[in-house]
Design a protein around this ligand. Sequence first.
Ligand SMILES: Nc1ncnc2c1ncn2[C@@H]1O[C@H](COP(=O)(O)OP(=O)(O)OP(=O)(O)O)[C@@H](O)[C@H]1O
Length: 252
Amino acid sequence: MISSTMAGPARLDSAVRLVHLTKTYPNGPEQVAALQGVSLAIQPGAFTAIMGPSGAGKSTFLNLAAGLDTPTSGQVIIGDTDITELSSDAVTRLRRRQIGFVFQSYNLIGHLTVSENIQLPMLLDGRRPDEQWQQALIDSVGLTGMTERLPSELSGGQAQRVAIARALITRPTVVFADEPTGALDRRTGEQVLDVLRGTAKRFTQTLVLVTHDPQVAATADDVQFLADGRLAGELVAPTTSQIAARLVELGR
Ligand SMILES: Nc1ncnc2c1ncn2[C@@H]1O[C@H](COP(=O)(O)OP(=O)(O)OP(=O)(O)O)[C@@H](O)[C@H]1O
């Protein structure tokens, strides 16, 4: 699973490795230190939840780890590639091939059908979608028969299933999800989480998920806590109440 002590030099068996990662945002004349030296290694196939109080740096962590944003200093290593050494075009290519990202707000393209939305990452990468794989994904996330609908004709849960299929169409090695159940009611959120976790397991993908919800985090292999931009402990296979207690300590 994860260990912050595993984040030292060269470990090729990590799916994602962060080394002394920092991110500082300008805020008028001041600077906001959103991440302050985070080192972490995540093993292939692990399901890791990231938790912490509001403003702790969770989204920043995820955006940097997924190559959506660049760190102020430190390294992000996906497989055996240090993406902080790549050009932005090369990061985009690597992201399109190895990384899937699921946002809280689905981020579907309104005038494209379900099927077209799912195919988009392949088309943007100049590749033809594998029809068998696409159908397997559609069936796997429970969208059979809905492929010609527009996003406006979907419920929130269905829209998030489309976003999950879109994240997986490129067969990424790592899937990052930022509050993927945050906009859904509990029952729909649980179903969407089952889909995300189930597909990640079936296709041996590493899953890194930011959540505020202790029940969601309790389904992970382990939970990493962030507070004030720093790692603030780990719980392996925790219960919901252990997670809730830790969040209270951190002043959620
Ligand atoms: N683009 C930005 N410009 C300036 N400051 C930012 C920017 N993005 C994030 N921050 C600041 O960095 C810190 C960490 O933000 P981040 O969104 O990563 O926290 P979070 O743990 O995801 O919070 P939440 O749970 O509320 O979503 C906060 O103080 C935030 O205000």
